[in-house]
Design a binder for this molecule. Structure first.
Ligand code: FES
Length: 162
């Protein structure tokens, strides 16, 4: 039976496929981190230790890779992760005002958990939804900021995640 929480059978299968292609097990770190990212949308800290155990490499080697590449993000501890796009179309659609309202309602600052541990806010690059700028994600749910008329409506959305 699989003793890992995050290295599920499908991920282990992919690691094994990778191991057949490359002579060094370290060469499977980055491809596996991509699979983990695809599945969980971020990198749970525990997954790093599980992968290190599975590949028999030092966890620090994997941590170094996760911290070095922007595309890999560690899971934040907050219950909900809000990602707000700050690229040009969202900038022109005034994502800043949306951000201010979200900060006010959650008590979180960009890059910091809210004091109650419910929210983490991150400013991100284009999330491929420029047509609904300013676009933002709450966990895996995409929102069209232009449809939010006032802070009360925004509060109703956030309340769904409490
Ligand atoms: S620029 Fe914001 S979603 Fe593309």
């Amino acid at each position: 039976m699989n003793r890992y929480r995050y290295l599920t059978e499908d991920i282990i299968e992919k690691i094994e496929e990778c191991r057949k292609k490359f002579p060094y097990r370290e060469q499977c770190i980055i491809p596996t981190l991509h699979h983990i990212l695809e599945k969980y949308r971020d990198i749970p800290g525990e997954a790093v230790f599980e992968l290190a155990d599975y590949l028999q490499v030092p966890p620090a080697d994997i941590e170094g890779i996760v911290s070095f590449y922007d595309m890999f993000r560690y899971r934040k501890n907050a219950k909900n992760h809000i990602r707000i796009c700050r690229n040009l179309p969202c900038h022109l659609a005034n994502y800043q005002s949306l951000l201010e309202d979200i900060k006010k309602l959650t008590g979180a600052e960009v890059g910091k958990n809210s004091p109650d541990g419910m929210w983490y806010i991150e400013l991100v690059e284009c999330i491929g939804s420029c047509g609904i700028a300013p676009a933002f994600l709450i966990n895996n749910d995409l929102y069209d900021g232009s449809k939010i008329k006032d802070i009360q409506q925004l509060k109703q959305i956030l309340d769904r995640y409490l």
